[in-house]
Design a protein around this ligand. Structure first.
Ligand code: HPA
Length: 266
């Protein structure tokens, strides 16, 4: 057993979550809804990221959410912090090591569709890795050739759509394109992204999805739209704007996630 798994097993006091939820901007407050919660700062778990992005803390919170055990990750490592696409690998390996089977991811994203404005939520059906990087660079085994044909689990996506419908929450769906960041895109890059088939752009999630599939976890992901992408509004983008706008869609996504956990999925 590696150190992170040993630490978690010891600290979780018998809690055995099978689902982990990585919280992006706007959803951090969800950890406060966990009942009977254990909070473990990342700094106390081997290999967990030391995230320094404002608006992202670094705490693992485990307990009951909407009737089900869950491990929520408030804070994630981003590729743009250090150029290491595999920065979340030890954390995801530790989660798989304690029995996590399903990984749900959320993020903030820029929308390419004027009809999907700030405050919208998009279910990610598929992604485009436009970073030029991959978290499995250097993985020496043939397991590195991970199939991504169904990276985003169909039954989980159906369950999320059902939860959205049941709660009257509009849920868009589309393709998320991963840019490395940290600079925002140019208007020309956004026009390119649209031609390539993207519906939203962002700086996270894709490396974690690749790692999670590598580890055999089932995956689903949703974006909270914080802004229309570069060149679509005439004003400059800013991290402040994305942070300010994230809670709007975050509340909607929280409603869908609560329902998903109440109802469960196959
Ligand atoms: N681009 C990239 N990442 C983002 C954006 C964006 O417009 N908005 C929120 N995260």
């Amino acid at each position: 057993m590696n150190d992170a798994v040993a630490t978690l097993v010891e600290r979780l006091g018998g809690r055995m979550p099978e689902t982990a939820l990585i919280l992006g901007s706007g959803l951090g407050g969800l950890v406060d809804e966990i009942e009977d919660a254990i909070r473990i700062p990342y700094a106390e778990i081997d290999g967990f990221p030391r995230s320094g992005v404002t608006g992202h803390s670094g705490t693992l919170v485990v307990g009951r959410f909407a009737g089900r055990q869950v491990a929520m990750l408030a804070g994630r490592a981003h590729y743009y912090e250090h150029g290491d696409a595999a920065a979340m690998r030890p954390a995801l390996e530790a989660l798989a090591g304690i029995g996590i089977k399903t990984l749900l991811l959320t993020n903030a994203a820029g929308s390419l569709d004027p009809e999907m404005g700030p405050g919208s939520v998009m279910l990610i059906d598929d992604h485009i890795n436009f970073s030029g990087s991959n978290p499995l660079f250097g993985e020496p085994t043939d397991r590195r050739f991970v199939g991504l044909t169904e990276a985003y689990d169909r039954r989980l996506r159906d369950a999320l759509l059902k939860a959205a419908a049941a709660t009257g929450t509009p849920l868009h769906r589309g393709v998320y394109m991963w840019f490395s960041g940290p600079s925002f895109e140019t208007p020309a890059e956004i026009r390119m992204a649209r031609i390539m088939g993207a519906n939203a752009v962002g700086m996270s999630t894709v490396p974690e999805v690749i790692l999670a599939r590598f580890l055999g976890l089932r995956v689903a992901a949703c974006s909270v739209v914080t802004n229309l992408a570069a060149g679509m509004t005439g004003s400059e983008l800013s991290h402040e704007e994305t942070k300010d706008m994230a809670p709007l869609g975050g509340r909607r996504l929280a409603t869908v996630l609560r329902r998903l956990f109440e109802e469960g999925w196959e």
